[in-house]
Design a protein around this ligand. Structure first.
Ligand code: SAM
Length: 752
C-alpha cells in the first residue's frame, strides 16, 4: 500500500473519529478524560505515523507489518466460555492476556494499512486502536463489511503492545483470536445491549427473507460471478455474507424452513469460499430420500472446489439422474470426469494447460492433482522425503500438483497499489510483498475450510512449537506465525511457465520470477545439487519428472536453487534459508578439496570465462580454450559422473558449436560428449567407436541440453547416421519434457 495513501486513510479515519467525539461532546455524552485520551491516542497515531515518513520515502512502498512483525506467539487455544472478561484499564503493555477476553465496540470507520485499523472502545468507554491482521484485502471484502462502526467483537487473550506508529493498541495477528458477536450475545456488556435497542424480534422466516434480499440485491454481480465461476473458475469479490441465514437458523423454525435456510446459506458459503460449511449445509453425504436439486448442485460445487472430484462425480450423477433438465448437471459432470481422469492417470492436455496459463490472471488453472508412483517416508537425516515406489524412466511424470496457495506478483508492477519498505531493495520488496500476500491467502483459506488445516500444518516447519489444539469454539485455530514459517521453508518462485523460462534462456534473456506458491506434496522433496528429478511449472501446476531412471525405493530429490552456482560457499548460503547444509557429492567434494586446488581452479575458470566470453564464436581461440579445459579437468579427482562439473560445460558446448561450423565432426562429437559428461551423463556412440548413440546414464538435465541433443542430431545427420540422429532428437524431446514439464510445445519452439 502506498504510504501516502495509507497515511491519508488513517488521517481520514482519525478525522471522522474526532468529528464523532466532538459530536458526542456537544451532546454531553462524553467525559473530558475519555475524549482527551482518545485525542492523545489519535495525535500519537497521526503524528508518529506521518512524521516517520520522510518525503523522499513517500514514493516508495511496502508492508510495515512485513518489516516489523512482532515475535511469534501462539493463538488462543482456550474456548471462550473458559475465558474471563477484562477491561482496557487492566491491560499491561507488552502482554498477552492469557485466560482473558476483551469485549470491544468499533466507534469509528475502519481504515486499511496492511491489515485493518479501527478505533474501538470497551464498556467503560476507553478508546483503543485495534489492528486486525491477515484480513481479506479491500477488493475481496470491504473493511466496513468486516468491522464497521458499532461492530461488537470479543478479542481472545488480547495482545496489548506498542504499535508501529508509536502509540499502543491491540494487535490481533491470528484470525481465530477475534470473535464477532451479536448484540444478543451473553458476553456483550449490558450497557451496549440496551443502547443498541430491543431484543431480536424477527422470526426465522423474516430474517431469511432479509438474507434472500441481500442475495437478490447482488443479482447482477451474482450473475456475472456465476458465469465466471462456471467457466473461469475464479471468484469475484465475495459480497454475500451468510450472516442473515445464520441468524435465521438461531430462531425457532420448522424442519422445512431450516432445510430451505440451510440451502440458501450453502450458496452464500460457496460465494465466500467456505466450502466445508457449504457442503455441510447441503446435507452431504446424507441428502435423505428426496434430495433437492439445489442441495445436490451446491454439494457438487463445494466438493469440486475442495478437489474431491470422485465424490463430486457421484453427487453429479445423482443430480443428472433425478433432474435431467438441470442446466449445469451434464456440463459439470463432463468437467468432473476430466478431473477424475487427470487424477487417476496423469493424462493432461498440456497444450490446453499452457494456453490457460497465458490467458488467466492470475494463472490459477482448473485441473486436478496427479500423484504418480511416489510415497512420503522418513529419511535418515532430512526429515520426511519423497520416494519412488516403482521403477521409472527419465522423463516420467512423478507428480503434477495444483498449488495450495499461489500468488502472481505481476500485479505489483501496475494494477494494484505497491507496498515497499524503503530499507528494502525493489527485488526484496517484491519478495516480501509476495510472501506477505501468500501468508494472508493461506491463512484465509484454512480459516474458511477447516478440512484443509491438517494437510497444511503437517508441512515442514522446522523447530516451530505449534499449538496443541486444532479447533476451538467450533472454528479452526489459525496460527499466522506457523503459516509464515511454513511458507518461508517451503515456498518456491517461478515465471508464469517453464516454457517461457526455456524460451528466454534459449534467446539468452534474463528470466524473471514473478509467482510464488506452496505445493504440499512436492514440498516433501528434499534438495540435492545432484538431484534425480526436476520441477517445472505451468501456471499454478507444479510438474515433477524423473531426470534419470530410478529404481523403486530411490529417494526423489530436486535442486532448490539451480545448478549455475558451483561456488560451495554461495551454494551453502542459499540453503541457510532452509536451515540445512547440503552434503551431496558436489558439496562434499568441494569441502574435501584442498583450498589451494580450489583457488587454482577458480583462477583457471576466470581465464576460461575471459577466453570464451569476450569473443564471438568463430573467433574463439580453440586451442587455448581446450588447454584451459584440460587444466581444469586435472583439478578434479573424482569422475564427472560422480561429481559433475557443470561450469566447464559452457566452454565445451561453445567449442562444439565452433567445430560444427568448421565441419570438424570428430571434434563436434568429442565436445558434445564432454558437455554432457560435465553434467554427469554417461554416453555411448559419441566417440570414434562406431556403436549406436545411447545414454547409458542420464545426468543433470538442464534447459541447454535440448540444444545439445539437437546439435548432436545435426552432427549425426551430417555424417548420414540417421538412426543416431533420430535417437538424438528423441533425447532432445525427453530433455525438453523434463525441463518444460511437457513435450506438446516442442515443435512450437524447435519446429518439426
Ligand atoms: C521443503 S522441506 C523438504 C521436506 C522436509 N524434509 C519434510 O520433512 O517435510 C525443506 C526442509 O527439508 C530439509 N532438507 C531438505 N533438503 C535437505 C538436505 N539435502 N539435507 C538436509 N536437510 C534437507 C531441511 O530441513 C529443509 O528446511
Amino acid at each position: 500500500m502506498d504510504l501516502q495513501r495509507d497515511t491519508r486513510l488513517c488521517i481520514e479515519a482519525a478525522k471522522s473519529f474526532l468529528q464523532y467525539l466532538i459530536e458526542r461532546k456537544q451532546d454531553g455524552q462524553n467525559s473530558y478524560d475519555r475524549t482527551s485520551m482518545a485525542e492523545d491516542c489519535l495525535i500519537g497515531l497521526l503524528g508518529d505515523y506521518s512524521s516517520n515518513i520522510a518525503p523522499d520515502q513517500q514514493s516508495h512502498n511496502e508492508s510495515f507489518r512485513a518489516a516489523l512483525t512482532t515475535s511469534a506467539y501462539l493463538p488462543c487455544e482456550t474456548p471462550l466460555e473458559e475465558l474471563h472478561a477484562i477491561a482496557l484499564q487492566d491491560l499491561e503493555l507488552g502482554s498477552h492476556h492469557r485466560g482473558k477476553y476483551l469485549p470491544l465496540r468499533a466507534i469509528a470507520p475502519p481504515s486499511r494499512a496492511t491489515g485493518i485499523l479501527v478505533l474501538a472502545e470497551d464498556e467503560f468507554e476507553f478508546p483503543i486502536i485495534l489492528y486486525l491482521h491477515q484480513q481479506e484485502e479491500e477488493h475481496v471484502r470491504k473493511a466496513t463489511d468486516i468491522v464497521d462502526v458499532g461492530a461488537l467483537l470479543l478479542v481472545k487473550e488480547p495482545y496489548f503492545d506498542t504499535m508501529i506508529f508509536g502509540t499502543c493498541g491491540i494487535q490481533v495477528d491470528h484470525l481465530s483470536d477475534v470473535i464477532y458477536v451479536d448484540k444478543d450475545d451473553a458476553r456483550v456488556p449490558e450497557a451496549w445491549r440496551s443502547s443498541i435497542g430491543g431484543g431480536n424480534e424477527d422470526s426465522a422466516e423474516a430474517i431469511k427473507m432479509k438474507g434472500n434480499l441481500e442475495m437478490a440485491q447482488k443479482n447482477h454481480l451474482q450473475a456475472i460471478r456465476e458465469y465466471v465461476f462456471r467457466f473461469f473458475f475464479f471468484f469475484g469479490p465475495a459480497l454475500i455474507i451468510p450472516d442473515s441465514y445464520t441468524r435465521a437458523l438461531s430462531q425457532r423454525a420448522t424442519p422445512d424452513q431450516i432445510e430451505v435456510i440451510k440451502r440458501n446459506r450453502a450458496l452464500a458459503f460457496l460465494e465466500t469460499k467456505q466450502f466445508d460449511a457449504a457442503l455441510s449445509d447441503t446435507g452431504f453425504p446424507n441428502f435423505g430420500p428426496d434430495p433437492t436439486e439445489k442441495a445436490l448442485a451446491r454439494a457438487a460445487k463445494a466438493l469440486y472446489f475442495l478437489g474431491r472430484f470422485k465424490e463430486a462425480r457421484e453427487v453429479l450423477k445423482k443430480l443428472c439422474q433425478r433432474f435431467p433438465d438441470n442446466k449445469d448437471g451434464t456440463g459439470t459432470l463432463d468437467r468432473v470426469e476430466k478431473r477424475c481422469a487427470e487424477q487417476n492417470t496423469g493424462d493432461y492436455d498440456f497444450r490446453f494447460l499452457q494456453a490457460e496459463a497465458k490467458k488467466r490472471h492470475p494463472p490459477v488453472l482448473d485441473h486436478a492433482t496427479y500423484f504418480g508412483p511416489i510415497e512420503v517416508k522418513e529419511t535418515q537425516d532430512k526429515g520426511r522425503g519423497l520416494f519412488a515406489t516403482k521403477a521409472v524412466r527419465a522423463g516420467d511424470l512423478l507428480l503434477c500438483e495444483k498449488a495450495f496457495g499461489y500468488i502472481d506478483a505481476h500485479g505489483y508492477d501496475d494494477g494494484r497499489p505497491k507496498i515497499t519498505v524503503t530499507t528494502y531493495t525493489e527485488k526484496e520488496n517484491r519478495f516480501i510483498r509476495a510472501r506477505t500476500d501468500l501468508v494472508r491467502l493461506i491463512v484465509q483459506k484454512i480459516h474458511r475450510n477447516p478440512s484443509l488445516v491438517s494437510a497444511f500444518t503437517a508441512m515442514h516447519h522446522g523447530s516451530y512449537q505449534t499449538a496443541n489444539t486444532c479447533v476451538v469454539d467450533g472454528k479452526p485455530i489459525v496460527d499466522t506465525f506457523l503459516t509464515q514459517r511454513i511458507v518461508s521453508l517451503n515456498v518456491f518462485n517461478y515465471e508464469l511457465s517453464s516454457l517461457i523460462t526455456h524460451k528466454r534462456l534459449r534467446s539468452m534473456k534474463h528470466t524473471a520470477t514473478h509467482s510464488w506458491g506452496i505445493w504440499i506434496k512436492a514440498s516433501t522433496i528434499n534438495h540435492s545439487c545432484t538431484s534425480n528429478a526436476y520441477r517445472s511449472i505451468i501456471g499454478d501446476m507444479m510438474i515433477v519428472r524423473a531426470r534419470q531412471d530410478l529404481e523403486p525405493g530411490t529417494e526423489i530429490t530436486i535442486s532448490y536453487c539451480g545448478s549455475e552456482e558451483d561456488d560451495e560457499k554461495i551454494m551453502q548460503e542459499q540453503f541457510e534459508e532452509w536451515q540445512f547444509t547440503c552434503a551431496c557429492a558436489i558439496c562434499q567434494d568441494e569441502q574435501q578439496t584442498e583450498a589451494s586446488v580450489l583457488a587454482g581452479r577458480r583462477q583457471l575458470m576466470d581465464k576460461l570465462d575471459d577466453a570464451c566470453g569476450s569473443t564471438s564464436r568463430p573467433d574463439i581461440q580453440t586451442e587455448a580454450v581446450e588447454q584451459l579445459l584440460r587444466a581444469l579437468k586435472n583439478t578434479y579427482t573424482r569422475p564427472a559422473n560422480e561429481v559433475p562439473r557443470m561450469r566447464l560445460s559452457q566452454a565445451q558446448l561453445l567449442l562444439a558449436y565452433v567445430y560444427n561450423a568448421q565441419n570438424k565432426m570428430d571434434k563436434v562429437f568429442k565436445f558434445v560428449d564432454e558437455t554432457l559428461i560435465s553434467f554427469g551423463f554417461i554416453l555411448a556412440g559419441l566417440d570414434s567407436t562406431r556403436v549406436s548413440f545411447k545414454i547409458i546414464k542420464w545426468g543433470l538435465v538442464e534447459d541447454q541440453h535440448v540444444e545439445v541433443f539437437r546439435l548432436a542430431q545435426e552432427a549425426f545427420e551430417k555424417i548420414q547416421a540417421r538412426e543416431d540422429a533420430m535417437q538424438a532428437e528423441e533425447y532432445a524431446r525427453t530433455a525438453f519434457k523434463i525441463v518444460v514439464g511437457e513435450d506438446s510445445s516442442f515443435e512450437s519452439v524447435y519446429g518439426k
